[in-house]
Every structure is written in C-alpha cells, then in structure tokens.
Ligand binder design. Structure first.
Ligand code: F6R
Length: 226
C-alpha cells in the first residue's frame, strides 16, 4: 500500500486524474471501477481537462474502455433523475468523452424487488467475465464506508442491496432538494467484489473531515468491519 499526502486538494485530485489518464493511455481497453461523490467531481473535471486539447478535440480515445460504477441508489436509478449516480457520471465525465455508453455498468438494473441483502450475480459475473477491474477508484465516507459498505460490512460481502446508515443519510441528503427524498437503500459492490476484482485500487480522501476514518483504515492491522 502506498500512501501519498498532499497539502493541497488540487494536487491530490491531479494525481488521481493522472493515474486514470495513464491507465487508459497504456491500455485503451482498460476496465475502470468508478466512484462518485464530491471527491470525484474535481478528479473527473481534471481528467477531462487532460483529454481535451485546446482546439476542443480529444487526445485520448475512451471508446474501448468499460466501466463499472461502485454503487447506485435504489429508486433514484433513472438516468434522468439528477441525484442518480448514472446522471452524475454522465454530467461529470461521460458526456465529455467518446465513451461507449453500452459499456458503462451500474449495479442496479436487475431487480424491481430491492430487498436488503438481495445480491446481483449478473453484475459480479460480468466483472469476472471481463477479467476484473484494472483501476478501481474509491472514496471514503466520514463514517468509514467504502462504496456503500457501511461499518459492519463483511469482508465476504458481494454486490447487494444495503440499508444506508443514518450518518450517510445525513450527509448525502444535502444533495436532495427535499432531504426526505434521500433513499434509505442502495446497491453497492461488496468488499469482496472490490478486493478480488481490483487489480489497482486508488482511494482518494480530501479534507480534514475524512481524517479520522482514514487513520482507522490505514492503521488497521487486519480487516476491521467498522
Ligand atoms: C460513491 C461512493 C461513496 C463515496 C463516499 C464519499 O460512489 O462510493 O463511498 O465515495 O460517500 O463521498 P464524498 O466524496 O461525497 O465525500
């Protein structure tokens, strides 16, 4: 594990965006695991800046990459719903690239029946079939969640429907015009999914509010579900 500490957010963001750029440049058929949230807005913005020449033309071909997003809210999965992670990805990244939208994957499309712990084997199989994820981006919640694997998640967890913690609801509901509309459930890649499929994993944490969670993550001697 390599830990890089940056004084300025911009430098951390640029470092992560450069890893993404280099990954696709070295393998145009890369499989990327994508995260959303405030952390990745500037990362994708920076990345888009890198791929757009001054004449507006793209200097990096993304048409052969495949992407898997880490998570998606339940019942906010509609492409046009502003708070959906599909909408986020399109708004912050996809629309500026020549990415093939048919090769973008979100863990939400397989069931109308979002029971907690319902699993998503088709999503898992698809990642397995393509040979895993070359570069997986992760953020971290102030309560330590990864994807939407809330504290208490098993190291053997797979892609499944989860209940969000009150802490996560409190933070993320700020994105909803009416905070009460914030979903209570989401579908997330599991810890096992992330660890087994990710060939290179880059976790980005920006700001002091992530410090406590990050210290616990980095200092843990073994897997700590919290
Ligand atoms: C989002 C995700 C979440 C976020 C985390 C941090 O796809 O997987 O784990 O990375 O909630 O969110 P921000 O970046 O908004 O602080």
């Amino acid at each position: 594990m390599n830990i890089k500490y940056f004084e300025k957010k911009e430098a951390a963001v640029d470092y992560a965006a450069q890893i993404m750029y280099d990954q696709i440049k070295s393998n145009p058929k890369s499989v990327l695991g994508l995260a959303t949230g405030n952390t990745f807005e500037p990362v994708y913005y920076d990345f888009v800046g890198k791929i757009q020449g001054t004449d507006g033309r793209l200097n990096l071909n993304l048409s052969a990459i495949t992407t898997y997003n880490l998570d998606e809210y339940v019942n906010v999965a509609d492409k046009d719903q502003e708070q959906s992670y599909y909408h986020y990805m399109n708004f912050h990244l996809f629309r500026y690239t020549d990415i093939d939208l048919k090769k973008t994957n979100f863990p939400n499309h397989y069931s109308e029946d979002f029971r907690t712990e319902l699993t998503f084997p088709e999503f898992e199989n698809s990642i397995r079939k393509i040979g895993g994820i070359d570069l997986q981006f992760l953020g971290v919640g102030t309560n330590g969640h990864i994807g939407f694997n809330e504290p208490g998640s098993s190291i053997n967890s797979v892609t499944r429907c989860v209940m969000l913690s009150q802490a996560t609801i409190n933070v993320n509901s700020r994105k909803f015009a009416n905070p009460a509309d914030m979903p209570r459930k989401a579908v997330t890649m599991g810890i096992k999914t992330i660890l087994e499929s990710g060939k290179k994993i880059v976790l980005v944490a920006l700001g002091r509010e992530k410090e406590a969670a990050l210290r616990q993550l980095v200092n843990a001697k073994a897997y700590d579900p919290n």
